[in-house]
Design a protein around this ligand. Structure first.
Ligand SMILES: [Zn+2]
Length: 123
């Protein structure tokens, strides 16, 4: 499963950040997930605890923040939001020459660790 390998990568990133912060355990992982990242959220939520087993991230809550899809339309010379099902066209003028500004994110924004409940930004 695609999401399982993503989950293993996430856990690796989290473990590294936890080690750098001197944390023994991670209680919460905040993740930014773009709507065009190609990740099925439910599958990722299912995979994360599996990948986290035996690591400091075991039992951590996975908090997912959705990143909407923003594009720049050269024809309108303006930023536009794309809505599902994300047809790659400007919602105003229909142009397909769009520059993707955000929406493909898959990044750990921060982790919370057990010791002092401080959030440690990553990186
Ligand atoms: Zn446009």
């Amino acid at each position: 499963m695609h999401e399982l390998s993503i989950a293993y990568n996430l856990v690796e990133i989290v473990e590294e950040a936890a080690r750098a912060a001197g944390a023994i355990r991670v209680t919460r992982v905040r993740l930014r997930l773009g709507d065009l990242a190609g990740v099925v959220e439910d599958a990722l939520r299912f995979s994360f605890p599996v990948a986290a087993q035996g690591t400091p991230a075991e039992g951590a809550e996975l908090a997912i923040e959705h990143v909407p899809v923003r594009v720049f339309c050269r024809q309108c010379n303006a930023e536009r939001m794309l809505k599902p099902p994300f047809v790659y066209r400007c919602p105003e003028c229909g142009a397909s020459h769009l520059q993707l500004l955000q929406g493909r994110e898959l990044q750990v924004e921060s982790i919370e660790i057990e010791e002092n409940h401080n959030e440690t930004a990553y990186p």
